[in-house]
Design a protein around this ligand. Sequence first.
Ligand code: NAD
Ligand code: ZN
Length: 252
Amino acid sequence: MYSSLIDQAAEACVQATKGVALTGAGISVESGIPPFRGKGGLWEKIDPMKYAHIDMLVNNPVEVWEVLFLGIAELLTTAVPNAGHLGLQRLEQMGILQTIITQNVDGLHQKAGSSDVIEFHGTHAMLRCMGCHVRSDWQSVSMDRIPPVCPCGAYLRPDVVMFGEPIDVGLLRRSQILAANCDVMLVIGTSATVEPAAYLPLIAKDRGAFIIEINPEPTPLTNRISDITLLGPAGEMMDRIVAAMDKRRAGA
Ligand code: NAD
Ligand code: ZN
């Protein structure tokens, strides 16, 4: 049963030329970065959903920096791509996948070698001034004081989109166009509950794309929007899809 679903997913991918992947925190779990929703060592003591809201940053910048931003920054210094990220890079190499739209801020798709990555929620790798909006990298900024301060005197923050903040309209528009024109959409490791990213699989489905979902837990897309749901971890499932595709391409 499982292997036939893998075979169906592999078959759909082999035939695709305009594939798009929508990825969420789940694809980086096997790289040691826990998601916000659900259990995960780092977030057992605090509620990241509360700290990841813009109002919390504006009202309690020191606390958000100490609890959330520094915790994530530490995780990201050692995290490396896993089989999920690497599998998507293979699909790009094969001419199947065009673009990855990620809600992650960890840069692991780029580290895996994927060339067209839309960072829907920004990137943790850069800092942005809350006053003058100038961006800078972490290395060029003194962390002697938390929050770090811009030369203009205002606080710096990671260049991410927090809850309560809008998505960049240019990125949103490009993502909607890609979703409307893709032939396969892989929806990996996302709970499909955070708008507007959660809406992209619906656009793809309406326009006739084949939707492959990978997540150990069912989501609102499962059995409704997804043509296939592989209920398992991203790395293992991507490995199995790529192996099944290699077998097909070799004519076995
Ligand atoms: P989310 O709502 O997309 O939930 C994570 C999903 O991953 C869940 O559906 C869960 O079942 C699934 N999952 C867990 N383990 C998995 C695995 N091994 N393989 C595949 N799927 C798995 O995301 P969230 O954690 O609630 O985060 C909300 C937002 O916070 C994100 O959109 C992002 O902007 C930010 N965030 C980013 C990172 C990162 O960059 N790695 C991590 C946490 C949160
Ligand atoms: Zn500034």
